[in-house]
Design a protein around this ligand. Sequence first.
Ligand code: CP3
Length: 356
Amino acid sequence: MSTLRTPRPAGYKHPFLEAALGRAPERPPVWIMRQAGRYLPDYRRVRKSFPSFLEFCRTPDAVAEVTVQPVDQIGVDAAILFSDILVLLPPMGLNLEFVEGEGPVVHNPARDAATIAAMPGGKDGDDINAELAYVFEGIRRTQQNLQGYVPLIGFAGGPFTVASYMVEGGSSKELARLKALMFSDAKTYHLLLTKLSNLTAAYLIEQARSGANALTLMDSWAGYLSPADYRAFVLPHTKSVVDRVKAACPGVPVIHYANGAPTLLNDFVSLGVNVVGLDWRVELPDAFKAHPAQVFQGNLDPTFLFSTPEKITERVKQMKQVVGSRPHVWNLGHGILPQTPVENARAFVDAVHGAL
Ligand code: CP3
């Protein structure tokens, strides 16, 4: 099932951009983290024609095709570029593979000072954008597909989260190796994070120059740190990315997302981003009360979409009472899970768009 993309009238104010910029949108906007993904049969069909996930990410026409699938099939108000936060790793000298059923694996993780010192990113941070040209081309082709129907979100991982994969060598339960580096050799840790910040700022700025209308920084694993350690070891790096992106791309809203980090909410607000993403461990009224001027994004538990369309509609109605007339970017509290029934994802979007 797909919606027909009727052209937008001249001067149309996209609800997603209005809300992200703190203005009252014409209707509540919604997008879903990981919205172009395995829960969609059409995604799985395109994915099957590529030998690997990275090959898929490196093919701009396929990227443009799957990026718009959730726009047409579930009716979200923004597209997010199909890619991954880990595409920075190969240009930084790391041998990254997405192993079927296992996730990302780095065959030569960056664990010692000499390896980290030899990595790019030390100076202007622009030194890997040439190798990421396929991402920028994917943005341009997606925009040709979208023709202004909805805004396109570009993204990158937060330096801490990306560093976790580089040092751990893949997904990890404790981030023990990264944190050991942080606590035992802070100089090397900060060098890695500084390089990642430089490269990430340049990468996001180039995404905006290629046509991304908004940018998300996904620091999914920031919640692994105590508030004091987050402030000492992550916040200054994230802030340096945000400051450079905001200076270079005025008018392009920046969203910050972290998972499992309710204790860091004040710190995320202090980053000065347009939108702070929340997972379901934060109660919306608490966040709204503590930060009346901050636009938030979220925060339905992704597993709620395993219930029924009726229950989803009911839950969204309750959430709407809380949101009231505040500008809010509707989303799940983390990525949509592959087992989610498509009709339930659609019910979520329809409920956000529907009357109270
Ligand atoms: O949101 C979107 O639809 C855009 C695409 C997108 C992907 N990954 C595609 C993807 C985005 C924004 C990401 C971000 C990402 N990637 C994050 C941050 C957000 C979050 O979920 O916390 C992280 C931590 C990653 C790293 C990553 N990529 C892991 C751990 C895995 C394996 C686990 C899994 O879900 O399979 C991936 C692979 C990945 N990235 C897939 C997709 C659609 C699945 C691979 C496939 O389809 O073969």
